[in-house]
Design a protein around this ligand. Sequence first.
Ligand code: FES
Length: 274
Amino acid sequence: MNEILIKKNLAPNVWLMGIFSPQVAKKAKPGQFVILRVVENGERIPLTIADFDKEKGIVYIIFQVVGKTTAILASLNENDSILDFVGPLGMPYEHDPNDKAYLFVAGGLGIPAIFLKVKMLYSEGKKIDIIVGGRSKENIFFEDELKKYCENLYISTNDGSYGKKGFVTDVLKELLESGKRYDEVFAVGPILMMKAVVDITRQYNIKTLVSLNPIMIDGTGMCGGCRVLVGNEVKFACVDGPIFNGFDVDFDNLLKRNLYYQDLEKNAFEEHKC
Ligand code: FES
């Protein structure tokens, strides 16, 4: 169980893995995630379910090596197994069936978190535009896969090596200023990016959902690790989210909480590399 059946390198330090987990694959829905533990005494990390194959019992995850746990995970190969692979967790993505036009904005490693939703909406005949952004051309992946399910795929890179030079929010601004309108915008990526998207869509009063990825430990609403402030209420991203109304999220609070652990994570990663 939890055997790695597929391992592919998508971009520098970004890996796709197909994990054999029929129980998770059977129940998985767009928007949900898994929590995995790679080795005994290792930390638990949440990862979005990027895709799944119910018949073959495979769940696909995509991750970037950013710390000790993801470095250990990336060192595993096909036929190795992951110690714990728990899910599906979180509330599935819900949308208004009357909405017709959607815009997805994915920055950094946000692509895995939009893929299943895009596929589902496409199968319902919705109109979909997508903006993806990364630091550089080599950080853009899944382009061909996304193109199959959308009308327009806009790309931005910070260094201008591919697509428009700048940020996803520059493309978003341009689209909205040119008169494009959507029933829903869905943003996922770095906290500051999601905050910037919401600041723009608020001016146009376009419903905007965001997918949050705070620190998680148990994934069951018990530990409080993933506490976020939404509409001045405390919510737990693992059980109440990870998707929330972007207009209600206190992004500054989320940023502060995520920074608490940055040094610890950095130190663990440095020690692991030694
Ligand atoms: Fe523990 Fe959400 S991860 S409450």
